[in-house]
Design a protein around this ligand. Structure first.
Ligand code: NAP
Ligand code: HSE
Length: 433
């Protein structure tokens, strides 16, 4: 039996989907009893060159050619953004079409509304590609790990920033230069500031935390710090101290109190997350029954992401054949309190530029001492003509105490700038406790 697919978008991911449907049509038919046929593809500009050869008659600029076509049973949304993607997905679901989407912005902001609409319509809405590119993380959290209480999720979930930080570490290049490479490779979002400023990772964290903790959490409850302030100097100091800088997204849940953070973090060189390079992603999950798990793979790019999209499409086709669609149930079973103030004490790295004259360091040390922030390591280098660069690594300290000390240091007349305050990951983060 032919099952018609309407594709919304034919950019990096959409073209990968077309390619994989072509390569795997026979296999998918053998596995599911349904033969996927791409019936129509929505694009903005039909004259644009495409990464896959396409019969022009497949392309349309009118969404209704797909959304109101009764032959289309599955809509694959790879266009991105919130509107009109949200309206199109809602229209498809209400028309009884199954939807597979790679759109984390949409799922992070409107996931509940869309999943409820899918449940009412008795159709599937699947979004494995929205987090972790090729890595299966959504379905393990939705299905395989549901017998667990998950207390922690932590990982590298943005390929673009991981690519940038890896290249900065390897070559000493600066951020702007490497961002252009990440864009050319198809990793970055249409507006790459959402990668660089941590928003893409925060959206993915919202999706993961909602599933892991079975509780609705919102984007505005995530503390977000991107990588824009990270310079080649931070990368070099981190290396000297035995660390690499990674953008980590983390969520913890203890007694219904949740902490959600995205921030550049110094990760010890021998830590498993330190070896996740380029556009690879990795997610660590701590479950009370399963113990610690790590998921690792390509987090962005055309075919890796299309692989996850097509995994969902094949699952939908299986359901159509059986039929077992629209039976996934709600994700959220409880309410939690999101408490950014409950970040546990940890070590921090602070880089600042100060006047290079006698007594300056003593004043900084005095402020830290008064705030009861204990220093573990201090590195000082000659900066400009009359300035010095100082890097301090603290012992474990509560965030509010550290913040008070840093705010006061920044007010010292001899401190020109505090450039970065970054947490350090401990060595035992992914070992069994
Ligand atoms: P992209 O390369 O920019 O492609 C977007 C496609 O959608 C283009 O074909 C564009 O048409 C079409 N489109 C966009 N807005 C449209 C509108 N209003 N009307 C009609 N067509 C429209 O984006 P992408 O990188 O493939 O990403 C697509 C989605 O997948 C996003 O949600 C993204 O976050 C997600 N995702 C991407 C990756 C990745 O590695 N790139 C990985 C995981 C998830 P034209 O080609 O005519 O401009
Ligand atoms: N821009 C995203 C990233 C694409 O770099 O991770 C994959 O979601």
């Amino acid at each position: 039996m032919d099952v018609c697919i309407g594709l919304l978008g034919c950019g990096t991911v959409g073209a990968g989907v077309v390619e994989l449907v072509r390569r795997r049509t026979d296999k998918i038919e053998a596995l599911t009893g349904s033969r996927p046929v791409i019936r129509r593809i929505l694009v903005r500009n039909p004259d644009k060159p495409r990464a896959v050869p396409l019969d022009k008659s497949l392309l349309t600029t009118r969404a209704e050619d797909i959304l109101t076509d009764p032959e289309v049973r599955v809509v694959v949304e790879t266009m991105g953004g919130i509107e009109p993607a949200r309206q199109y997905v809602l229209a498809a679901l209400r028309a009884g079409k199954h939807v597979v989407t790679a759109n984390k912005d949409l799922m992070a902001l409107h996931g509940t509304e869309l999943l409820e609409t899918a449940a009412e319509a008795g159709v599937d809405l699947m979004y494995e590609a929205a987090v972790g590119g090729a890595i299966p993380v959504i379905r393990p959290l939705q299905e395989c790990l549901t017998a667990n209480e998950i207390s922690e999720i932590k990982g590298i979930v943005n390929g673009t920033t991981n690519y940038i930080l890896s290249k900065m570490t390897e070559t000493g290049a600066d951020l702007g230069e490497v961002l252009r490479e990440a864009q050319a490779l198809g990793y970055a979002e249409a507006d790459p500031s959402s990668d660089v400023d941590g928003l893409d990772a925060a959206r993915k964290l919202v999706i993961l935390a909602t599933l892991a903790f079975h509780a609705p959490v919102r984007l505005d409850q995530v503390t977000v710090q991107g990588i824009r302030s990270i310079t080649a100097a931070d990368v070099a100091y981190a290396r000297e101290l035995g660390y690499v800088i990674k953008l980590l997204a983390s969520g913890s849940c203890h007694q219904d109190k949740v902490v959600l953070q995205v921030q550049p973090t110094l990760v010890p060189k021998h830590h498993p997350l330190a070896h996740v390079d380029d556009a690879y992603n990795a997610l660590f999950v701590r479950g009370d029954a399963a113990g610690n798990l790590m998921f690792y793979g390509r987090g962005a790019g055309s075919l890796p992401t299309a692989s996850a999209v097509m995994g969902d499409v094949i699952e939908v086709l299986r359901g159509i054949g059986l039929p077992q669609v629209g039976v996934r149930g709600p994700a959220c079973l409880r309410r939690v309190e999101v408490r950014p103030d409950l970040v546990p004490p940890r070590r921090y790295y602070i880089r600042m530029t100060v006047a290079d004259r006698p007594g300056v360091f003593a004043r900084i040390a005095g402020v830290f001492g008064d705030a009861e922030v204990s220093m573990e390591t201090v590195v000082q280098r000659r900066g400009g003509r009359a300035s010095a660069e100082v890097v301090i690594v603290t012992h474990d300290v509560p965030l509010h105490q550290l913040q008070r000390a840093v705010d006061q240091v920044a007010l010292l007349e001899s401190v020109e700038a505090v450039h970065n305050v970054l947490p350090l990951e401990t060595d035992d983060e992914v070992s069994d406790r």
